[in-house]
Design a protein around this ligand. Structure first.
Ligand SMILES: [Zn+2]
Ligand SMILES: [Zn+2]
Length: 128
């Protein structure tokens, strides 16, 4: 894969962000410095995804968000109100894995889990 200027810019933006970003959010962040349009970003995101540099997740509203692929096991926690999502590096179900292996005889290799809730900001607005 050729590491073009655009691609390294997208990687930089994702590196600086703690949250997975949508293509529009990436666009917002780089529009001031680079002359990249949204379709360039989509095209580059697709290439980066195909090359396993980034990963793609679907948010509850059906939009895609992107994050750098790291080898650390993580889960997404997504706000149901504002759709802000963060990565959780604690695995809430790893204890279950052992139990499931014991009960089923399967050797578990991976699992997926997305959690939904209200972020601190939305909690405050909703008073919950
Ligand atoms: Zn929220
Ligand atoms: Zn896990």
């Amino acid at each position: 894969m050729k590491n073009t200027k655009h691609r390294s810019k997208i990687i930089d933006i994702l590196k600086c962000s703690n949250n997975p970003l949508t293509a529009e959010e990436i666009y917002d962040k780089c529009v001031k410095t680079e002359n990249m349009n949204l379709s360039t970003i989509y095209r580059n995101l697709k290439v980066l995804n195909e090359n396993d540099v980034i990963e793609k997740a679907v948010k509850q509203d059906g939009t895609y968000c992107y994050m750098l692929k790291d080898n650390k096991h993580s889960h997404l926690l997504i706000c149901t109100k504002c759709k802000k999502c963060i990565k959780l590096y604690e695995c809430p179900v790893y204890i279950l894995d052992e139990k499931i292996e014991k009960n089923t005889g399967y050797k578990l290799q991976s699992h997926n889990l997305e959690m939904y809730g209200l972020c601190p900001k939305c909690r405050k607005n909703e008073n919950v």
